[in-house]
Design a protein around this ligand. Structure first.
Ligand SMILES: [Zn+2]
Length: 365
């Protein structure tokens, strides 16, 4: 059965976890951000990192490996400020940590930019596909003169051998997953997680999941989105779903505009938005994330359509808008009013954009 034949409710979507360990509102009254590096000794471990935010009880550190860690002051035995200390790590020490975490049933493969944890005996398929996707992501933006930041630590992608192991890992890390989630990127751990569906009828979707989640991880680490800013959900998911189309991740082989269409989401968009002559959906997407909680399929297909339209017709304005978002202050809420104002400044009113999108998509009928 092709993916397109699946009923709407059966679509497995690569939804990502964009939750922080605290809400932006909760943190707004706290103090941030310190320069320098601290080596902290707690009752159970030693940890080195840069404080991002703290209050009277706890501190959140960004560690050398890109993970976001919470430390309770009551557990701290001592600490040293080491402002001259640069993050020191090697891929081999990182590999050792991952080996200890995942055990002998998993293999750690090292590529130029990644450490990929995957089931033993599956060759280089997973690491190669993951690295190639990351290369495609960079090439997509660089070919559009959009600067990509240098990453500061290697990325981690984990491919579990089964759904149950994927669920167990998420549970252990307090990441609450709905059944339709087949992969996710965690802002807190900076890791991508997915599981092997080769043996299922959805085998062909392994690759879509890789592309979607690696696009999230790359965007949050290479200066496209701000990892600790309140990035609008439609922007993050619009980019992730846009990359699923073969003409986006492999434009040399598939150069036509029609190859850049995410065909499944286009069908959903056409059925639920265009054919029903819905109005107000661009405004709904722009002012907040509510649509993603209430109407998931509609939110994903609309976010894809809006992003695809903007990147195809007005890439310079889209890039300016992304730059603006990238300057959002860490851990500060992004109000509906400001979201709307920034969107209007970049593209015009939401009703104007909505009308133009309807005309734009008529050509694909
Ligand atoms: Zn996603």
């Amino acid at each position: 059965m092709s993916n397109r034949c699946l009923p709407l409710s059966a679509r497995s979507m690569a939804i990502c976890i964009l939750l922080m360990v605290f809400s932006a509102k909760e943190v707004s009254a706290q103090r941030s951000v310190s320069k320098g590096t601290f080596a902290i000794q707690t009752v159970s471990r030693s940890i080195t990192g840069t404080p991002l935010v703290w209050d009277d009880h706890k501190v959140f550190l960004l560690t050398a490996y890109g993970k976001f860690e919470q430390i309770e002051f009551k557990d701290v035995k001592g600490f040293t400020k080491r402002s001259d200390l640069k993050f020191v790590f090697s891929k081999s020490s990182f590999e050792k940590k991952l080996k200890a975490e995942f055990g002998d049933r998993y293999q750690i493969s090292i590529t130029q930019d990644y450490l990929v944890v995957h089931p033993l005996g599956q060759g280089n398929d997973w690491p190669n596909k993951i690295q190639e996707t990351y290369n495609s992501f960079r090439a997509y933006f660089e070919s559009r003169q959009i600067p990509i930041a240098k990453k500061t630590y290697p990325f981690v992608a984990i491919v579990f051998g089964s759904r149950s192991e994927f669920d167990q890992y998420a549970k252990k890390n307090n990441e609450d997953l709905a059944r339709q989630v087949v992969g996710y990127y965690s802002i807190n751990s900076n890791r991508v997680m997915m599981y092997d569906r080769s043996a299922s009828r959805e085998a062909s979707r392994n690759f879509e999941t890789i592309v979607h989640e690696i696009a999230h991880q790359s965007a949050f680490n290479c200066g496209i989105h701000s990892r600790f800013g309140d990035t609008p959900r439609w922007v993050a998911e619009g980019l992730g779903t846009m990359f699923e189309a073969k003409g986006v991740w492999n434009s040399l082989r598939y150069p036509q505009q029609s190859d850049r269409i995410n065909k499944e989401l286009y069908q959903h968009f056409k059925k639920n938005i265009l054919n029903k002559r819905r109005s107000g959906w661009v405004g709904d997407l722009v002012i907040g994330n509510r649509m993603f909680d209430k109407k998931t399929e509609e939110a994903y297909s609309s976010a894809w359509a809006l992003t695809f339209f903007l990147m195809e017709t007005n890439p310079h304005a889209y890039v300016s808008y992304m730059k603006r978002l990238n300057k959002l202050k860490p851990f500060q809420p992004y109000s509906p009013e400001r979201r709307l104002q920034d969107f209007n400044t970049a593209f015009g009113s939401t009703s104007f954009v909505e009308g133009t999108i309807v005309n734009f998509f008529r050509r694909f009928d």
